[in-house]
Write a protein that binds this ligand. Structure first.
Ligand code: NAP
Length: 310
């Protein structure tokens, strides 16, 4: 477990560079996904030392969990992989609602275990908060599942600070996953101080702002997936955002590293961010993202990056 870090107090040890698997079988998020390519992304991740794979019921739906489960099984080393998955979406009669009721969460875990072809889930998140269920009750249901050995740790996702506090009333929350990147820094004002004080690991999603922070787009790039409607990618805002990304280039150049790794390394300098889960559609991106581990930022560089996006 060399170079592995613990996710908060969870007892789970991961390579700080994980894999976000929403483009693995996430047909409802990205059109024309090739499943073989997706499975190869997971395979290459595992073969190259990434052991933290992030999926969810709603990626597909169901298909991402199925493909991840298949590859992990085929690897023959289930115990070396930390599988994180999430649930809360209930689809019935062509309608999707969010449900955090203990009954629904317990059923969701059972179904995820089947799709993942495993008898335990390392990290199970409530994917989104519903409006009705007291959050400590929802987490209480997960604690029961943890005591039964069906899940190893408890996560919540997309919870506000108040919802997180309620969820963590008994101190059971190990991890929160929320949007956080150099463009979206609200978490610094609310969630991150709380997670740091309570030894909860914060896993940022959209760390690359869906690729914008990888420094490979220009004004002429167009998108036919969920980015087509993402405010960060629209008109003048998109142009201004590209300019900010360009300001990172001299820092990366001086360090002789690539911009994408500079950005990913910056997150790992934040209190309570133990690991990141950049997404990837191609196996070479996964392997490439591991170079993040070789980037060591000075205090001055951390501040410079901070200032560009303040
Ligand atoms: N909890 C939640 O509600 C929630 C919500 C969203 C996401 N997530 C999780 O967070 C993960 C990460 O989010 P995300 O994948 O949507 O966004 P992201 O990590 O911000 O961006 C991923 C995109 O960046 C590009 N990329 C990745 N590595 C690269 C590299 N080395 N060089 C150049 N480009 C690179 C790829 O885009 P292209 O190949 O398209 O250029 C890739 O699809 C997801 O997979 C999912 O597991 C969770």
């Amino acid at each position: 477990m060399k170079n592995h870090v613990q996710l908060g107090k969870s007892g789970l040890y991961v390579n700080p560079v994980g894999l976000g698997a929403n483009a693995v079988g996430g047909h409802n998020l990205y059109p024309n996904l090739d499943e073989e390519q997706g499975m190869n992304v997971v395979r290459q991740a595992l073969e190259n030392g990434i052991n933290f794979i992030d999926t969810a019921y709603i990626y597909g739906p169901e298909r991402s969990e199925e493909l991840v489960g298949k590859v992990v099984k085929e690897s023959g080393s289930r115990d070396n992989v930390i599988i994180a998955t999430k649930a809360a979406h209930k689809i019935a009669n062509n309608e999707t609602i969010i449900d955090n009721s203990p009954q629904f969460l317990k059923k969701s875990v059972e179904q995820a275990l089947q799709r993942l072809q495993t008898d335990y889930i390392d990290l199970f998140y409530i994917h989104f908060p519903d409006e009705d269920t007291p959050k400590d009750e929802a987490v209480g249901a997960l604690k029961e599942l943890k005591d039964q050995g069906k899940i190893r740790s408890i996560g919540v996702s997309n919870f506000s600070l108040d919802q997180l506090k309620e969820a963590n009333k008994d101190g059971y929350v190990d991890v929160i996953q929320s949007e956080y990147n150099l463009f979206k820094r609200q978490a610094e004002k609310d969630l991150l101080p709380y997670t740091a004080d309570n030894n909860i690991s914060f896993v940022p999603y959209f760390p690359l702002a869906s690729g914008l922070l990888a420094g490979k787009y220009d004004e002429n790039t167009t998108f036919d997936d969920l980015r087509a409607n993402d405010p960060l990618f629209q008109g003048e805002t998109f142009k201004q955002n590209l300019k900010k990304v360009e300001q990172l280039r001299p820092i990366a150049k001086q360090k002789n590293v690539e911009l994408v790794h500079l950005v990913l390394a910056w997150y790992l300098t934040r209190d309570s961010i133990d690991a990141i889960i950049p997404g990837a559609k191609h196996a070479d991106q996964v392997i490439d993202n591991l170079k993040t581990l070789d980037v060591h930022l000075t205090e001055d560089e951390i501040d410079q990056i901070d200032d560009i996006f303040k």
